[in-house]
Design a protein around this ligand. Sequence first.
Ligand code: CAA
Length: 259
Amino acid sequence: MIYEFIQTTPQFSEHIALIRLNRPKELNALNLQLMQELKHALAEMDQQEDIRCIIITGNDKAFAAGADIKQMESRTAIDMLIVDQFETWDQIRKTKKPVIAAVSGFALGGGCELAMTCDMIVASETAKFGQPEIKIGIMPGAGGTQRLTKAIGKARAMEMVLTGKFITADEAHKAGLINRVVPEEVYLDEALKLAKEIAQLSPVAVRLAKESVLKAFETGLQEGLYFERKNFYMCFASEDQKEGMNAFVEKRKPDFKGR
Ligand code: CAA
């Protein structure tokens, strides 16, 4: 598939792939084609064994300023239902490898929701997060009322969703929405550093651990604990578990193969 609105670098660094959202004039507004391309690229990267971690970024001015308003403006409810554009977001959530959002500038509406669908967020000091849909007569539709509330709590999420006001990277960090805030010059480097740390570890254990953390978001405690336990036991079916534990006992660095 040839991409028009994203750029992909599968070998951005050892075991790490990069996807850059690339509609700079429209502040990376997420039109249907861009989201299809993103879904396709993520699915391909998820299949490639040498890739262990994926970074999604935009540019310094915008991660993404939301779903494409111009594309949605004249749609009816039935058009929306048939197109079901947020199904693409579900696919992104299903990516098995860790996905890090490297965010600078605007992460608004669907852009904020896309970042929240990723597993971790590294932001530049200039990043702004918001769910401004209310200002154009709609509401968040791709997880903004759910993931944001779980991440930062009801009071803050309610205010953001009902007023549409943005929060800064520092505020987002203090609220627990994002992992790091760093100067604009280094936000991608910082995301890469985090990706490299994860890429050294057992891909099998990382995958099972990611699934388990997401379960905490999506289910009750008992079911989550049960799921976690199964995944924990499952780790012992891997060569990586033997390698990791042997390396500890032999006081050497483990060499994980993802098997
Ligand atoms: N959709 C379509 N086009 C967009 C866009 C969007 N979400 N955001 C920005 N653009 C376009 C602008 O229309 C403009 O295009 P033109 O040059 O052709 O006029 C270009 O990008 C640059 O934008 P601005 O001139 O507005 O730039 P600014 O720096 O003055 O303002 C901004 C930046 C505050 C982000 C402003 O662009 C803005 O408010 N954008 C819309 C944000 C928004 O409401 N997002 C939610 C969308 S709905 C949604 O996401 C639903 C969901 O839950 C998934």
